[in-house]
Write a protein that binds this ligand. Structure first.
Ligand SMILES: [Zn+2]
Ligand SMILES: [Zn+2]
Length: 153
């Protein structure tokens, strides 16, 4: 797969209208089968969003939507931030309803999202298990046992 993708362009238009008042400059949204270690990327110089078709196969359309939206936030911020997922990105991702951790976490192979019941810090994990929050207690403490929130992918 590669080149023009009407289904991705349609998704871009829909999300643009839903979350950005159609104010984002349209950019090509294409499949890129060579993207294997990431879900997608925004190329600020070329002005293009690329989405991994592997994601589509393994995780379904919902993840494609979230990834396109994630890359659209980069597009909105013009890919200019020195830290691509810094505070500006997080605020905008939150506004459009993306869990800020979602894109990068999945890219690193994290499959499960846990949260500390006390401080609400999020912990993406590659496997399921029992842990307590490292910020609330330096040793295992059942009061801060991480709760499984959801599956990421
Ligand atoms: Zn990103
Ligand atoms: Zn905590």
């Amino acid at each position: 797969m590669g080149g023009p993708a009407p289904e991705l362009e349609a998704l871009f238009q829909q999300l643009n209208s839903q979350f950005f008042d159609s104010a984002l400059t349209p950019v090509p949204v294409v499949w890129n089968a060579r993207l294997t270690s990431r879900l997608g990327r925004y190329l600020p110089v070329e002005g293009r969003i690329e989405i991994s078709p592997h994601l589509h196969r393994e995780h379904g359309w919902g993840h494609v939507r979230d990834t396109v939206l994630h890359e659209m936030v980069h597009h909105r911020l013009n890919g200019s931030a020195t830290r691509p997922h810094g505070p500006e990105f997080k605020a905008e991702a939150k506004r459009v309803g993306l869990a800020s951790i979602h894109g990068p976490a999945l890219q690193q192979g994290y499959r499960w999202l846990y949260v500390c019941p006390a401080c609400h810090r999020q912990y993406p994990r590659r496997r399921r298990g029992v842990w307590s929050c490292g910020r609330c207690s330096r040793t295992y403490d059942p009061r801060f046992k991480l709760r499984l929130v959801r599956r990421l992918g």
